[in-house]
Design a protein around this ligand. Structure first.
Ligand SMILES: *[C@@H]1O[C@H](CO)[C@@H](O)[C@H](O)[C@H]1NC(C)=O
Ligand SMILES: *[C@@H]1O[C@H](CO)[C@@H](O)[C@H](O)[C@H]1NC(C)=O
Ligand SMILES: *[C@@H]1O[C@H](CO)[C@@H](O)[C@H](O)[C@H]1NC(C)=O
Ligand SMILES: *[C@@H]1O[C@H](CO)[C@@H](O)[C@H](O)[C@H]1NC(C)=O
Ligand SMILES: *[C@@H]1O[C@H](CO)[C@@H](O)[C@H](O)[C@H]1NC(C)=O
Length: 340
């Protein structure tokens, strides 16, 4: 009798594990995985070590269409992996439940493998070199706090749990076949807009230590791409890239600029232009859109036939359908025959 009970319990557990692997939002983990989940749920998901992580360190709780596209495209490219969007502005999950008026958050939370969580920096930095720095700092006196806190958060989360961090202006187009990697923005220079590591990788620990030791938030990027590049130089003898192959040293890959930056930042406007022949991006895993260059706030317009419109249509179709503005006159109910 007891034996039988144990056996059926085992079967239920196995079935749950199976469902969990493939659906992620399985009701087996219902208490943890309600649409807007608890901190416990966050740990459980991250514990799998294969998450794709996006962060919003401002108080915004209404993601732009570009953020939505970045997250949706990652969910499409990595259907078996949890894709997390952590927002600082969500102080707790009840808040989000009570007024989920954001179309982007509604759209994203309806995707099976996308999970939204509050970003709690204090608990994130616990047990890392960043904790003492964080508790000492007066964030309202920091000019570049949004960037600096984002630089710190991404190091801590990928060090603790492993996975891939991506900026929220990166559109995924195919899976990254690497476990420990940094992305070159140009020869001998690493970005920190995309990187991935197994949990507890010493490279990231060293980055966090150096972050605190050499902290200088007045120099833009000092805690970000320049930090990654400094530590990479300690680990590896950097050479120039040959053709489009990546560099390897120790167990790190330093990925060619073509993988994420096929259009370099001085040329960022090319994304918003109409091309005669669009690039195939065959050598890329994802496309960094350089949103911080877009100070004039160029939007993606439906029907414009720009490169970026066509990327949205292909890689984030729900965002394309629900969140893009069209030219005024095209806002019609074309699919409704009664509306002619
Ligand atoms: C969560 O937010 C709600 C509404 O703002 C608030 O009433 C509640 O006390 C908060 N809970 C926690 C644990 O902060
Ligand atoms: C919910 O609404 C309140 C009041 O309108 C606002 O202060 C708060 O930021 C909103 N929360 C979210 C998550 O949008
Ligand atoms: C933090 O910085 C702000 C802005 O400079 C200042 O007004 C405030 O007094 C500081 N707080 C503390 C605790 O030092
Ligand atoms: C390779 O990566 C692991 C972390 O996954 C690390 O512990 C180990 O020291 C690394 N090996 C070398 C030779 O760097
Ligand atoms: C890109 O890849 C596709 C499919 O693998 C192939 O058909 C096409 O010829 C490639 N284009 C270039 C420019 O390499």
């Amino acid at each position: 009798m007891l034996m039988k009970l144990q056996l059926s319990l085992l079967i239920v557990l196995l079935a749950c594990g199976f469902l969990y692997q493939f659906t992620l939002k399985s009701s087996c983990l219902f208490p943890f995985l309600l649409p807007y989940k608890s901190q416990q749920g966050l740990e459980a998901l991250l514990g799998h070590g294969r998450s794709i992580v996006f962060l919003e360190t401002s108080e915004r709780t209404e993601p732009s269409p570009l953020v939505s596209c970045a997250v949706e495209s990652a969910a499409k490219v990595y259907p078996e992996q949890p894709v997390l969007l952590l927002l600082k502005g969500l102080t707790n999950s009840t808040q989000l439940l009570s007024n989920s008026t954001s179309p982007a958050l509604s759209l994203l939370s309806a995707i099976d493998n996308v999970f939204l969580f509050p970003l709690d920096m204090k608990s994130l930095f616990e047990d890392t070199p960043l904790f003492s720095w964080y508790t000492r700092i007066n964030s309202s006196a920091e000019r570049n706090w949004l960037y600096v806190s984002s630089d710190a958060s991404r190091l801590a989360i990928i060090w603790k749990y492993g996975g891939v961090y991506m900026d929220s202006d990166v559109i995924s187009i195919r899976p990254i076949p690497e476990e420990n990697f940094l992305a070159a923005q140009e020869s001998q220079f690493s970005s920190n807009g995309v990187f991935g590591f197994l949990p507890h990788h010493p490279f990231l620990w060293q980055c966090m230590e150096n972050f605190v030791e050499n902290y200088n938030s007045d120099i833009w990027g000092h805690q970000g791409p320049y930090l990654m590049t400094r530590i990479l130089r300690v680990w590896c003898k950097l050479r120039d890239f040959q053709e489009v192959s990546d560099l390897r040293c120790m167990n790190l890959s330093f990925l060619h600029p073509q993988r994420f930056y096929p259009i370099s930042y001085p040329a960022w406007k090319r994304y918003y232009e109409v091309w005669d022949t669009e690039p195939s991006f065959n050598d890329s895993y994802a496309l960094h859109l350089w949103n911080h260059m877009n100070r004039e706030g160029r939007a993606v317009i439906r029907g414009s036939n720009t490169l970026v419109e066509n990327l949205y249509r292909k890689y984030c179709p729900r965002t394309y359908r629900d969140l893009l503005q069209g030219p005024e006159e095209s806002v019609t109910w074309e699919w409704d025959p009664g509306n002619k």
